[in-house]
Design a protein around this ligand. Structure first.
Ligand code: MN
Length: 202
């Protein structure tokens, strides 16, 4: 049985719609080139695995699985990241509502404290990586994650509700190497609806 290949998802907004926070050129490059490279990378690894199975041949599994984790992690995180953003006119920039808001208040104290912790995590990601808000599948707790590359420091059994891409490729055209500026901008176009959908009341 052949599984369907991974595909680059379309954005639910136009490339220019996040401007002036993220320019059209920056978003297009990020989505069409960088994200696509992870989609292609993951598919090529799946093909390698399938081919080795068909031929019943050996593969350097250590290397293949490491690469797969990187590319597939990149694809999944980018796919979520696009849904975590919205133009201001379409709900970007707000705070979470409903039970997710309650849970954030219970666990972090209030939204401002959560924002501070998430911002700190984002600022201090070593090299390339992500800040994420995760929810435990075991007990429902919320924790901030600091993911290195696309696949390191992930907490097992945590569902990712919200991510922020801190790779320089996410912001270098607009903000050069000034990560802090990009993080400030994120709060202006963050959209909570996807996180609210993914959050499970526990
Ligand atoms: Mn990226």
């Amino acid at each position: 049985m052949t599984q369907k290949n991974y595909q680059l998802p379309e954005l639910s907004y136009g490339y220019g719609e996040l401007s002036p926070f993220i320019s059209e050129e920056q978003l297009k490059l990020h989505h069409d080139k960088h994200h696509l490279a992870y989609v292609n990378g993951a598919n090529s690894l799946l093909e390698k695995l399938a081919k080795a199975r068909q031929e019943n041949s050996d593969l350097d599994l250590k290397a293949a699985l490491k690469e797969l984790s990187f590319h597939l992690g990149g694809h999944v995180l980018h796919s979520l990241f696009w849904r975590n953003l919205a133009p201001v006119a379409k709900g970007g920039g707000g705070e979470p509502a409903g039970i997710l808001a309650e849970k954030i208040n219970n666990e972090f104290g209030d939204f401002q404290r959560f924002k501070k912790e998430f911002t700190q995590a984002a600022l201090t990601v070593e090299g390339s990586g992500w800040a994420a808000l995760g929810q435990s599948l075991d007990d429902g707790r919320l924790l901030v994650m600091q993911i290195e590359k696309h696949n390191i420091n992930l907490l097992p059994q945590f569902k990712i509700l919200l991510v922020l891409d801190l790779w320089e490729h996410a912001y270098y055209l607009d903000y050069k190497n000034e990560r802090a500026k990009f993080i400030e901008v994120f709060w202006k176009i963050v959209s909570w609806s996807e996180a609210e959908k993914k959050f499970t009341y526990a």
